[in-house]
Design a protein around this ligand. Structure first.
Ligand code: PMP
Length: 349
């Protein structure tokens, strides 16, 4: 997509937006006596407003991901990025978005809160990417296409070539949510980001980095889109605590924990099919398994009574009979197995 076509996709009021300028935007020089932001002068550790541009954090993420800082947006979870994309690109009540189903539920919620029609296109057999149907669902008012790879809740990753093909052919912005990419053997799209002006890649520190409670989500995009996201967000969308703690956590290599989680997932995937109640364990490139069972409500209730909480996805279109089970610590996975063993024994009686 041409760069000027990209600008024409942006809502006119956002294209012409004059963003709020914070005290810290106006003065970014050496520390001195700050009497500009109506803060308290008493040091509580948090008496100053945080950097609205999150420059230190972006510099670190830039090195880690090999993406220039001008292409990075950091948000209050990737959920913030999802909402901002609707607000930037979709005129409420007029424009529409396209998404795969089943997938992450927030695409539909963000569409609904922004009064944007979401055209949901079912995945193909074995949860394959319905590329032609996604393109056929689009019209002149389609602004966003939401894809998720590895996909939640199905666990499969799509071929990067197929995702790039959609970025080439879709008439709007193509969002590829890579929340689970660190668990996957399939490469993500950051390496090809500069080939597609209309590609937005979402990642998060909530999964592989173990920081779900901190709320730090990432978007990688054309500098023009990253700039728009920065202009529309709340000025201080990331607290000082989140910026500081994220920066600290990014110094530690998450690889050993990722490897342990993946090993646990694969052990579960190998053992679960032995149970009579398990019909299918779907292959996973994420930190969870989608497991089809005979009676999902009964197994869910049994696990819950044992203090084990999984996600019952059996009412999600395309996921009949399915529970989604996150890979936990080795001992937690073992308890899950033991609880299913007990469930089967009680059902055989
Ligand atoms: N994308 C996907 C596919 C997810 O599954 C989730 C959380 N379950 C998110 C995004 C949200 O991530 P965050 O914690 O960064 O808001």
């Amino acid at each position: 997509m041409e760069r000027n076509r990209l600008e024409s996709l942006v809502r006119p009021n956002i294209r012409n937006l004059c963003p709020y300028s914070t005290a810290r935007d106006e003065y970014a020089g050496r520390p001195g006596i700050f009497l500009d932001a109506n803060e308290s002068p008493y040091d509580t550790g948090f008496n100053r407003y945080p950097d609205p541009r999150q420059q230190a954090l972006k510099a670190r993420i830039s090195v880690l991901k090999g993406v220039p800082a001008e292409r990075i947006f950091v948000g209050n979870g990737s959920d913030e990025a999802i909402d901002l994309l609707f607000r930037i690109f979709c005129v409420p009540g007029r424009d529409n978005a396209v998404a795969i189903v089943p997938s992450y539920g927030m695409y539909a919620v963000a569409a609904a809160t922004n009064d944007v029609a979401l055209r949901e296109v079912p995945l193909g057999a074995d949860f394959s990417l319905p590329a032609e149907a996604l393109l056929a669902a689009a019209d002149a008012d389609s602004r966003l296409l939401f894809l998720c790879s590895p996909n939640n809740p199905t666990g499969n990753a799509f071929a990067p070539e197929a995702l790039c093909g959609l970025a080439e052919r879709f008439p709007g912005i193509v969002v590829v949510d890579e929340a689970y990419i660190d668990f996957s053997r399939v490469p993500g799209l950051l390496g090809v980001l500069d080939r597609y002006h209309n590609l937005v890649v979402l990642q998060t520190l909530s999964k592989a980095w173990g920081l779900a409670g901190l709320r730090v989500g990432l978007a990688f995009a054309d500098p023009y889109i990253a700039r728009l996201m920065g202009a529309v967000k709340y000025p201080y969308n990331l607290s000082q605590a989140a910026q500081q703690l994220a920066l600290q956590a990014l110094e530690q290599d998450p690889a050993p924990r990722i490897a342990a989680i993946v090993a646990g997932r694969d052990r579960l995937a190998a053992r679960l099919p032995a149970f009579a109640c398990v019909r299918k364990v779907w292959p996973s490139e994420a930190n969870f398994l989608l497991v089809e069972v005979d009676d999902p409500d009964a197994l869910y209730a049994h696990l819950l009574a044992d203090g084990i909480i999984v996600r019952n996805r059996s009412r999600v279109p395309g996921c009949a009979g399915c529970l989604r089970i996150t890979a936990g610590l080795p001992e937690e996975n073992e308890q899950l197995i033991q609880s299913i063993e007990a469930y089967e024994k009680s059902h055989l009686r």
